[in-house]
Design a protein around this ligand. Structure first.
Ligand code: NI
Length: 174
């Protein structure tokens, strides 16, 4: 499984709805859940692995909190997600496996309500905040062909142009 890099057309396309949760799709999702932490990511959208379909995974690994307490990791799959509502605003640094080496502060809503289908085909609604809200919005953008760098002010984008162009057609197998 190869992670597509900036400049790859699949990253700029609006992905298509998932019509059916097939065994094949489940296998792909399983691979993405494995791949995501291997590549040091916390989210991975289907277009990033060359599949122009509307789903993404979020994988949070086991960790220790500030007091050294063990916090169990988890993974989630969002199929045909729709952000129904959002509120507040916060700034957070973002990076993207498809835009390696570039980290920038992006402003986005703080709390979101998302409707999505899970791996069992159930249509659910969840409310998320903090890091999860951030990752979900970032990944959901991938489904619309939007990369986080396009959310930066024009001047900042111009400053990044050279580095972004250098990424074009660069292939990376994490
Ligand atoms: Ni990304």
């Amino acid at each position: 499984m190869e992670i597509r890099i900036y400049g790859d057309e699949v990253l700029n396309k609006r992905a298509e709805e998932v019509a059916e949760i097939t065994t094949e799709l489940k296998e792909l999702i399983g691979e993405m859940i494995k791949k995501c932490p291997e590549a040091n990511g916390i989210g991975l959208a289907a277009p990033q692995v060359g599949v122009s379909k509307r789903f993404f995974v979020v994988v949070v690994q086991d960790r220790e909190d500030d007091d050294g307490k063990f916090v169990k990791g988890f993974s989630m799959v969002f199929i045909n997600p729709v952000i129904k509502a959002s509120s507040g605003s916060c700034k957070m640094e973002e990076g993207c496996l498809s835009v390696p080496g570039i980290w920038e502060i992006i402003e986005r809503p703080e709390v979101i309500e998302v409707e999505f289908t899970d791996i069992e085909g159930r249509r659910l609604t969840g409310t998320y905040e903090g890091l999860l809200a951030r990752v979900i919005q970032h990944e959901n953008d991938h489904l619309d062909g939007i990369l986080f760098v396009s959310k930066l002010p024009k001047l900042k984008q111009d400053l990044l142009k050279k580095r972004l162009n250098a990424l074009k057609n660069k292939k990376r197998d994490y």
